[in-house]
Design a protein around this ligand. Structure first.
Ligand SMILES: Nc1ncnc2c1ncn2[C@@H]1O[C@H](COP(=O)(O)OP(=O)(O)OP(=O)(O)O)[C@@H](O)[C@H]1O
Ligand code: SF4
Length: 686
């Protein structure tokens, strides 16, 4: 029950916001959202979990609503508030803009912190080791066999600069703040990694970027995370975030949770990776044993090589389509299964032996003094070996698992690629869950102290059913709310432009889009043009850039936040500014007033089921006499259209228009369904 004391605090905070926030407008929907969140989290609804799914239209101010509605309850019940957003850019927006602003009005003290995935922080030990190793003429490990390409020469100057900047506190150790950025393969070698990190045994532990952030979590009341991090942490033992049962989760942009979870529970390995991982394990085991004077365990490389050769012979006979072979309904052919079982058994034996050896080594290090330049690289390689063996075991276990009848099968497929140096064919084995509802229930819904899922697009064509099915929520066990918008959408024109070409005629549509933009873009206005393909965006930008009388920003030429800043600055000076963007500009962007008065959508975003997971799901639906277009592609397109249109009106006084260059809205049967799912814009068909 919501106590009177808590009620008063929530009211007081809201009053503060109302009286002190510049441009505050009372919005019934926002008030309702605060009230329902606080009721749900305080257990006011009998026979219901403390879970609320709330669909709140774009721009109503969800962030303030969930903060005000939950922070008092979390604090009073000694629970941590974990706010999870879809990506790092949105996390930073919450951390640097929204939460500090909301904090001013909340009548409760709270500390907040931001945490990203472990691999976004530098491992300072690895950075130091690499800088030192590069100077060393006689490195401990001759080869780094896991690389397809020979390891690039490390840009020692750049790494030393990073080290200097970190030790002088000019750089915080996060990849997102690294200037200049470094390439992915180099970053992988110096990034923090669960398997190579020795935690408190590391001499840099106290100065470690990741652990310093993690310590802040213990003190913080509010933790700003992202969906990937939450899923990664909860499925690997909940060691980074606070205990799930002592946490209240707010999933902002919750419509991304399903796709994030699907990719999270997807496993992969490859024939070359297995061979080289075993070789590396043997090499590291021998080094460990020589130093500690142990008997070297027998790691049967020949046997693994033979099995892999047999497996490759079978895979070569499959009929690949664009380098992918998808097993029908996830069922693997028996001969491939047999060899996979043999590989799994052998890898499990190697892994058991290696774990024992690693434990022995760890004890040995406690008793024996060994130069860090020797044990540092060994520990790193040993951690990597363990990680690789476990990932191979996980893949084969899932690859061989028998799917339950009457459930959507797992998706299993093989992908071919050619290795850069040896030119050999590498076969990637993949296994992915197509239904993650039970995992989410097990990891979050059944354990968390409370959860709020919110977004402007939670329902699909009017119902929460799809969300429930995907995420494993049950209608009669949770609370659901759909809020009306406070904005007068009927005063906004949504123009379906008259174009001859359909977006499926790519060349013609691109040419016509260019002409239409030149005709319709006003060089005194703030405009956002949304594309679904980078190629089309670049072609159109090249064709029109010089013909515009105002600045054009193209996604990718600067970081997103810099583009927005520059755009707002130009608008402040009364100058026109146009942004060309892809998907990430169609969500979360908050450009108020005359910063944005024209949104142009060049094409509807239909996700064609091309990925193996989508194809497995589509085949399954067809086998059940269901229609994948109506159940997957159309709801996804609808959601993206609502989000894209939602960039325009952000306050009660905003005005402007939306123009769409996709004539399928009129010519196809589904056009009406898409238009009906939008707010009640004034639709003009040219
Ligand atoms: N009651 C209010 N009156 C006026 N402005 C408000 C109010 N509440 C929030 N805002 C402002 O409205 C803007 C939109 O808020 P927020 O980013 O939380 O939107 P949202 O509802 O999450 O929209 P979207 O789903 O499009 O991201 C912010 O700039 C915020 O400061
Ligand atoms: S504590 Fe772990 S991540 Fe941090 S520097 Fe040491 S080994 Fe690297």
């Amino acid at each position: 029950m919501l106590s009177n004391e808590l009620k008063t605090k929530i009211h007081q905070s809201f009053k503060n916001l109302k009286e002190n926030m510049n441009g505050f407008i009372t919005r019934q929907a926002q008030n309702k959202m605060i009230a329902e969140i606080s009721k749900t989290l305080s257990g006011e609804y009998k026979n219901s979990h403390n879970i609320l799914c709330v669909e709140a239209p774009t721009g109503i101010g969800k962030t303030f609503a969930y903060l005000l509605g939950s922070i008092h309850i979390a604090k009073a019940n000694k629970k941590k508030l974990i706010i999870s957003s879809a990506n790092v850019a949105l996390q930073e927006q919450l951390f640097f803009k929204d939460i500090p602003q909301a904090q001013q009005y909340c009548c409760v003290d709270f500390e907040y912190t931001l945490i990203k995935g472990r691999s976004r922080y530098v491992c300072i030990r690895n950075l130091i080791n690499i800088c030192e190793d590069n100077k060393n003429d006689n490195p401990l490990f001759e080869s780094m066999p896991l690389f397809d390409k020979p390891p690039e020469e490390y840009p020692l100057e750049q790494l030393s600069k990073m080290l200097y900047n970190y030790s002088t506190k000019k750089w915080n150790g996060e990849i997102d703040d690294l200037i200049p950025t470094t390439n992915h393969s180099i970053w992988q070698q110096i990034a923090c990694n669960r398997f190579t990190c020795t935690v408190k045994n590391c001499e840099f532990y106290k100065d470690c970027a990741f652990f310093k952030t993690r310590q802040k979590i213990t003190k913080a009341d509010v933790i700003v995370a992202n969906h990937d991090l939450v899923l990664a942490d909860l499925s690997t033992g909940n060691t980074v975030l606070p205990d799930v049962s002592k946490s209240i989760f707010i999933f902002d942009e919750a419509h991304h949770l399903n796709s994030k979870a699907l990719s999270h529970f997807s496993l992969t390995t490859s024939t070359e990776f297995i061979k080289t991982s075993v070789k590396q394990t043997k090499e590291v085991s021998e080094t460990l044993c020589k130093i500690s004077k142990q008997n070297i365990p027998n790691i049967n490389i020949k046997q693994i090589d033979n099995y892999i050769t047999d497996l490759i012979q079978l895979l070569e006979q499959l009929k690949f389509n664009e380098n992918i072979y998808l097993f029908n309904q996830g069922v693997i052919d028996e001969p491939i299964k047999q060899i996979s079982r043999n590989i799994l058994t052998l890898i499990e034996i190697i892994q058991t032996k290696f774990t024992l050896l690693k434990e022995f080594w760890s004890d040995y290090l406690k008793k024996t003094v060994i130069n860090k330049s020797i044990h540092g690289p060994i520990n790193n390689m040993a951690g990597q070996c363990e990680q690789h063996l476990l990932s191979i075991i996980a893949l084969f276990s899932s690859f061989l698992q028998i799917d339950e009848p009457n459930k959507i099968p797992n998706s299993r497929w093989i992908k071919k690629s050619i290795l850069t140096t040896s030119k050999r064919t590498n076969y990637l084995l993949n296994s992915a869950q197509t239904d993650i509802s039970e995992n989410l229930d097990h990891l979050i819904w059944s354990k968390a102290s409370g959860a709020i899922l919110t977004s402007a697009t939670l329902t699909s064509l009017g119902s929460f059913e799809r969300l429930n099915k995907q995420l494993g929520l049950l209608r009669n066990e949770n609370q659901y709310l759909r809020l009306p918008s406070p904005f007068m959408f009927n005063q906004v024109d949504l123009i379906i432009a008259k174009l001859k070409a359909s977006p499926t005629q790519v060349y013609e549509h691109t040419q016509e889009t260019t002409l239409q933009l030149l005709k319709r873009l006003d060089s005194d206005e703030g405009s956002l043009v949304l594309f679904t393909s980078n190629k089309q965006m670049q072609i159109v930008a090249n064709l029109i850039d010089k013909k515009l009388n105002c600045t054009l920003f193209i996604q990718g030429e600067y970081p997103k936040k810099n583009i927005l800043k520059k755009h707002i600055n130009l608008r402040k000076q009364g100058k026109g500014s146009i942004i060309f963007g892809l998907d990430s500009f169609s969500e979360g962007i908050d450009l108020k007033g005359n910063n944005l008065t024209h949104v142009i959508i060049t094409k509807l975003r239909f996700s064609v089921p091309t990925s193996p997971i989508d194809r497995t799901l589509a085949t399954y639906l067809k086998s059940q006499n269901r229609n994948p277009f109506m159940e997957i592609s159309l709801p996804d397109a609808s959601l993206k259209l609502i989000q894209a249109c939602g960039r325009l009106i952000r306050t009660e006084t905003d005005v402007g228009k939306i123009t769409i260059f996709d004539n399928r809205l009129i010519s196809k049967f589904y056009g009406k369904l898409l238009l009906n799912a939008l707010p009640n814009y004034n639709i003009i068909i040219e």
